[in-house]
Design a binder for this molecule. Structure first.
Ligand code: SF4
Ligand code: SF4
Length: 419
């Protein structure tokens, strides 16, 4: 199919023609006008325009759009196979939403229960918060190098992409840039998303040092609030662990992340395994180095979380001091977009830098002016965080479906949390 690489998933969301009423609601949520069909007629998703975000799925009043990639039974089969070490990497936004599938108050943070249920199911854990910390270090280091080069005029030993730097952890946003703003591809951070870092880490360091198993016997499962992550895992460029081992002399080929379960899929898996989530004993996995993380990794799933974590890192490296308070202010006339500036004094040269950043969520309505500015070379920002879903991953297309809007946000405001 046009626009796809070999072995990539070409379709994640499909509309069930028997359920679709042609009401047009999904069109109001699709950021790319990927839904075809006249009012009153059955609608369909145009895969060549779709960015796999699942916003149509979580917002259709009739439940017509479906996630077509069902790997729950496949993961259960792997969990039962004693030869295989099944590692689950849990995204920050899953732990505030999974409880909802078991009658727990939406928005409850149930990390220890989730760890307990994962253990009972037979998973080893690599917390995505751990690799969110790695992503912050990578993105922060990249941003600092660009600031030193482009703003402070220092020479650079490496090729650096242009400013503003955009975040790269949301696969729907990446697909959007590739399809609709290819000129801005060089502006994307070169850091992989936390899920893809987790895959590479599990099949190298994790296999060797933590679980002490053959890397080929690791089955890596991303546990995500997101349908677009299913597409991301299928991208052929994510085979870093296999490249690493091939360089050690043994030619192998496998993906860093084998499959992705959404929050809804994981709840189904627990139910199929008769795991009673509410009464499962809590577990902290405190001896596992890959289940440790900072507060920065934890805020990754909220809009503004990546930005704040990266800025704190950049501020500390450039000034040698912790950042006190970071105040974001809404940008007039642009819903869902906030900006902040911080003044930093470079500890090495004493030069002052004013760093300007912006945060946007909800590709449907909010980002175009920011992108047009960057495209014309007139962006006033150094760093821009973009997440496809309104409010960030907490309202992702893989989260529990709530007829009043998704998941944990205040019900009346859930669809437009910034309103
Ligand atoms: Fe549109 Fe997202 Fe649905 Fe694709 S998954 S049709 S991009 S709303
Ligand atoms: Fe997935 Fe989060 Fe991006 Fe939504 S904002 S598409 S949940 S990564």
């Amino acid at each position: 199919m046009k626009g796809f690489q070999a072995q990539e998933l070409t379709r994640v969301i499909e509309i069930n023609s028997k359920i679709c009423k042609g009401c047009d609601s999904c069109k109001a949520f699709c950021p790319t006008d990927a839904i075809d069909g006249k009012y009153g007629a059955v609608h369909r998703v145009n895969s060549e325009k779709c960015i796999f975000c699942g916003q149509c799925l979580v917002n259709c009043p009739f439940g017509a759009p479906k996630d077509t990639i069902d790997v729950v039974d496949k993961v259960i089969e792997k969990l039962k196979n004693k030869q295989v070490t099944v590692v689950g990497t849990i995204a920050p936004a899953v732990r505030v939403a999974i409880g909802e599938e078991f009658g727990i108050e939406p928005g409850s943070l149930v990390t220890e229960k989730l760890y307990g249920a994962m253990k009972q199911a037979g998973f080893k854990i690599l917390d995505t918060n751990f690799t969110a910390d790695q992503t912050i270090m990578e993105e922060g280091t990249e941003l600092i190098a660009k600031i030193r080069h482009y703003v402070l005029g220092e020479p650079s030993a490496h090729h650096l992409g242009p400013l503003p730097q955009f975040t790269s952890c949301c696969p729907a946003w990446i697909r959007y840039v590739e399809l609709y703003y290819p000129e801005l591809i060089p502006n994307l951070s070169s850091a992989k998303s936390p899920m893809m870092m987790a895959g590479a880490l599990a099949k190298t360091y994790g296999a060797k040092e933590v679980w002490k198993v053959n890397h080929e016997d690791i089955y890596m499962v991303g546990i995500m609030p997101c349908t677009a992550k299913k597409f991301e895992a299928s991208r052929p460029e994510f085979e870093s662990a296999a490249h690493y081992w091939s360089r050690q002399g043994k030619k192998v080929s496998y993906p860093d992340v084998d499959v992705v379960l959404t929050t809804r899929d994981l709840a189904r898996l627990f139910k199929k395994l008769n795991i009673d989530f509410k009464s499962v004993p809590e577990f902290t996995d405190k001896d596992n180095p890959l289940a440790q993380y900072s507060g920065a990794g934890t805020i990754f799933g909220n809009t503004g979380g990546v930005m704040e974590a990266v800025l704190r890192t950049a501020h500390f490296v450039i000034t040698g001091k912790e950042l006190d308070v970071l105040e974001f202010k809404p940008i007039r006339g642009l819903t869902g977009v906030k900006e902040a500036s911080i003044v930093m004094k470079d500890a090495k040269t004493g030069k002052e830098i004013t760093m300007k950043v912006a945060v946007a969520h909800g590709l449907k309505n909010n980002v175009k002016p920011l992108l047009e500015e960057a495209k014309s070379g007139k962006s006033p920002y150094h760093f821009i965080e973009i997440m496809n879903c309104p409010g960030g991953c907490v309202n992702g297309g893989g989260q529990p479906i709530n007829p009043m809007g998704t998941s944990w946000l205040d019900k009346g405001k859930a669809m437009f949390p910034w309103a």
